[in-house]
Design a binder for this molecule. Structure first.
Ligand SMILES: [Mn+2]
Length: 287
């Protein structure tokens, strides 16, 4: 007999994201906000403009997405733009308009908080706080947002691995806030000729194994192209996503932000019809 060698362990390597670990809740966690539940039998659709631009723009879009079956209205008040000369958002005025749209339509509000200094302000208006892709690793911001007790939509950093993303979620969970939604929104790859980002749908089944948290897909930023959004939205639902985040504008050609990837209210209505028909084949209802 030669020297003894330890047999390779077949056990999974221990996961560093202790609270996000699927083992904590093997059947998955649901996150309930108002009358909307993420992670259950329904695929929840969140829709609206990239940025709140005006009262008319927001209300017109909100009414249309509500009529088509969306449950949550998205709309940026504080916009992290690549150029400091681009439209930066209407700030507090946008939050007031979002509140007005909620009062009229009954839609819940998801909007981004970009800076620790704005957390309390945004939390006074939002039903769900969004942490944007650029801020996924802003750990103090994550903790401040977690401390509000509001549900957090955590977008994946466009240059972040799934492990890094789950560890960012762990910051929120470890700070005592268990209501985290993970949102895949595309990552930067070598091929940006035809698409703005590469939508990583691999992440959906990977996350379903690794974590109990609900998984959302954003096909708008994931592709950067309105014409690709319906296809990738259907693909996301087929892959097992618990929700979708879609940019919709009442007049995409005039949008101040992300017009190329924003679908019209009419296209959104058609997409919702397709998703509703597709859902039963996948064991999900779409709402
Ligand atoms: Mn956008």
């Amino acid at each position: 007999m030669g020297p003894t060698v330890d047999a390779p362990s077949c056990a999974l390597p221990s996961r560093p994201y202790r609270l996000a670990d699927r083992a904590v809740s093997p059947s998955g966690t649901t996150v309930t906000v108002g009358d909307v539940t993420f992670g259950g039998s329904h695929v929840v659709v969140m829709a609206g403009p990239c940025a709140v631009e005006s009262r008319d723009q927001l209300l017109q879009t909100a009414r249309a997405v509500r009529a088509a079956g969306a449950r949550v209205l998205r709309g940026g008040a504080f916009k992290p733009r690549t150029s400091p000369y681009d439209f930066q958002g209407l700030g507090r005025d946008a939050l007031e308009l979002l509140a007005e749209a909620r009062a009229e339509t009954g839609l819940l509000i998801v909007t981004e908080v970009m800076d620790s200094l704005d957390v309390e302000l945004v939390a006074r208006y939002a039903d769900i706080l969004q942490i944007g892709s650029r801020n996924m690793s802003a750990y103090r911001l994550l903790e401040r947002a977690a401390g509000t007790g509001k549900p957090i939509l955590l977008k994946r950093g466009f240059q972040s691995t799934i492990r890094e993303w789950l560890l960012s979620a762990e910051y929120i969970l470890a700070h005592g806030n268990s209501r985290v939604l993970l949102c895949e929104r595309g990552i930067r790859t070598f091929d940006a000729e035809f698409t703005r980002n590469t939508l990583d749908l691999n992440a959906v089944p990977v996350l379903k194994q690794e974590t109990h948290l609900p998984v959302i897909v954003d096909p708008s930023h994931g592709t950067g192209r309105a014409d690709l959004v319906p296809t990738m939205a259907r693909a996301a639902v087929a892959a097992g996503a618990d929700g979708l985040l879609i940019e919709v504008h009442c007049d995409p050609a005039s949008a101040l932000c992300d017009g190329k990837q924003s679908i019209s209210t009419e296209a959104f209505g058609s997409l919702m019809g397709e998703l509703r028909r597709l859902g039963p084949f996948l064991g999900r209802a779409v709402a």
